[in-house]
Design a protein around this ligand. Structure first.
Ligand SMILES: *[C@@H]1O[C@H](CO)[C@@H](O)[C@H](O)[C@H]1NC(C)=O
Ligand SMILES: *[C@@H]1O[C@H](CO)[C@@H](O)[C@H](O)[C@H]1NC(C)=O
Ligand SMILES: *[C@@H]1O[C@H](CO)[C@@H](O)[C@H](O)[C@H]1NC(C)=O
Ligand SMILES: *[C@@H]1O[C@H](CO)[C@@H](O)[C@H](O)[C@H]1NC(C)=O
Ligand SMILES: *[C@@H]1O[C@H](CO)[C@@H](O)[C@H](O)[C@H]1NC(C)=O
Ligand SMILES: *[C@@H]1O[C@H](CO)[C@@H](O)[C@H](O)[C@H]1NC(C)=O
Length: 443
């Protein structure tokens, strides 16, 4: 294997120019890592599959299996040790900056945001800038504000990104389906155009509940039908090598207002039609989840391709439905990314399954399965790893069988076919989404 260090790049002169250009201290910065080499930016090969891991700083990241990680992104831009460690492992480092939900590019708070982001970008030696756009666009956004939103994103990217270097890549966090308004998807096209905007887009796995007017019921964090529809719509406007899929690594324990026929209905927020997701559910990381429920025996939902189970809490007389990820549900998502030749996956978050947190007694294969999946994704091979029998561990779940043996499988096969043999540009399948919603009401 080629040592990662060969990929290191020096652009110190560019950084110095940058520092001068916004009037910060004019002297060159000192590298805060143990070696100067660790502050050099890392560039990836253009067609490399990305395995990005998000961290909220809640775990001992040194216990992650770094061999399969290509990039780590943090909410915390004041964590130099994480950057040094990532670089020492040959992984890129990036931080997440939440673009404020302003209405115009002339808003003073936007200028402050850009100034701060620029400083952090230089200070942290970040290889990747991750812009969270979810405060800018939501289901209430009006069509007449799209022009302004485009200007806002382009202004942020153009002013925050070092002009002296094309090495820093910009990844933009977006909702599960493209923000289109009255069938106008110009926003997405314009913010990805000609390298002036986002280099890559990450679909946020938590955004599946952002929709207005959805039925208030417990669901998989990433329902597979929605993943397929949202991805299909994105690929109408951007290249598959520009899209990364956010993958949840946690369970949600929902408290049901009422439960009928396996449908766990949730409360609404005071006098509104908005579902009270916050008040109705508790997030549990995968390792904690397996710790508290070692003998889980949930049911497989074949539409959402995720696991769930119901339980009653007898002490407070509440009914619960838990949706969680298992080997099969993760495998389906990774396989989907691979088959559509998307850029990669974004694990949300690595803290949810830190190796050292797996302090319960389980088979070795169980402990490491989800990490190995990334290796599979990165190498494209399903291998046997030191006594770990992947096929045997899949509890009889034939992936091909799941993917192509169901109605959804047929839809995805059609999607793959269309991607391969037909032109790229077309109108989004509004109809697909409507049909999906209808189906969802009955689920
Ligand atoms: C960021 O990381 C640093 C270093 O680990 C830590 O001291 C600080 O509390 C973190 N900040 C946040 C907001 O988590
Ligand atoms: C768009 O931005 C301009 C200023 O740049 C502002 O006057 C206008 O109100 C904004 N439009 C909307 C719909 O927010
Ligand atoms: C996108 O850009 C095109 C051409 O630059 C422009 O005509 C269109 O109005 C823009 N759309 C949005 C939503 O900004
Ligand atoms: C909800 O509506 C009821 C009756 O219309 C009203 O008395 C109450 O104050 C409202 N609650 C909130 C939080 O708005
Ligand atoms: C929970 O309690 C209800 C009765 O209130 C019962 O019908 C249901 O089967 C119980 N569910 C589970 C998972 O035990
Ligand atoms: C059941 O509810 C009680 C009271 O809200 C809570 O303390 C307990 O942790 C719950 N048990 C489970 C298994 O969630």
């Amino acid at each position: 294997m080629i040592p990662r260090s060969l990929l290191y790049f020096t652009i110190l002169s560019g950084m110095v120019t940058l520092l001068n250009s916004f009037g910060a201290a004019a002297s060159p910065r000192r590298c805060f890592c143990t070696s100067d080499a660790l502050c050099r930016r890392i560039v990836s090969q253009p067609h490399e599959t990305e395995v990005v891991v998000v961290t909220e700083g809640k775990s001992l990241y040194k216990n992650w299996m770094w061999e399969s990680i290509k990039t780590v992104i943090s909410h915390n831009y004041t964590d130099p040790e994480l950057m040094c460690y990532a670089h020492s492992q040959g992984a890129k480092f990036g931080f997440i900056a939440k673009v404020p939900g302003v209405k115009s590019k002339d808003d003073a708070s936007l200028a402050d945001f850009i100034k701060d982001t620029k400083v952090h970008l230089v200070d942290t030696y970040a290889d990747v800038l991750v812009l969270d756009l979810l405060d800018l666009v939501d289901c209430t956004t009006q069509a007449d504000s799209i022009g302004n939103l485009t200007d806002i994103v382009l202004k942020v990217v153009m002013e925050a990104k070092p002009t002296t270097s094309s090495l820093t890549k910009v990844m933009c966090i977006v909702p599960w389906k493209p923000p289109c308004f009255n069938n106008d998807c110009g926003f997405l096209i314009n913010i990805s155009k000609d390298n002036r905007g986002c280099d890559f887009f990450i679909s946020n796995p938590e955004s599946y509940t952002f929709e207005c007017h959805s039925t208030c019921k417990a669901r998989a964090t990433v329902p597979f039908q929605k993943l397929a529809i949202g991805t299909d719509e994105y690929l109408t406007f951007i290249k598959n090598q520009q899209l990364l899929v956010g993958i949840p690594w946690h369970a949600y324990d929902y408290t049901c207002k009422e439960m009928n026929d396996n449908n766990c209905m949730l409360s609404k927020r005071d006098n509104s039609s908005d579902c009270d997701y916050e008040g109705s559910r508790k997030k549990i990381g995968l390792s904690d989840w397996r710790h508290t429920h070692p003998n889980y025996d949930g049911s497989w939902d074949n539409h959402q391709k995720a696991m769930y189970f119901n339980y009653n809490n007898t002490s407070d007389a509440t009914k619960h439905q838990v949706w969680y990820e298992g080997f099969e549900s993760l495998h389906e998502k990774y396989q989907f990314v691979k088959q559509l030749e998307l850029k990669g996956v974004v694990i949300w978050t690595g803290d949810d399954l830190t190796y050292a947190n797996l302090n319960f007694d389980m088979k070795v294969s169980d402990n490491v399965w989800s990490w190995l999946l990334h290796t599979i994704l990165a190498t494209g091979e399903v291998e046997k790893h030191s006594g770990f029998d992947l096929a045997g561990n899949m509890a009889g779940v034939g992936v091909g069988c799941f993917l192509f043996g169901t109605a959804m499988g047929v839809a995805i096969a059609a999607l793959l076919f269309r991607k391969k043999f037909m032109g790229k540009r077309r109108r989004p399948f509004q109809k697909d989404v409507d049909e999906y919603h209808d189906e969802d009401q009955q689920l």
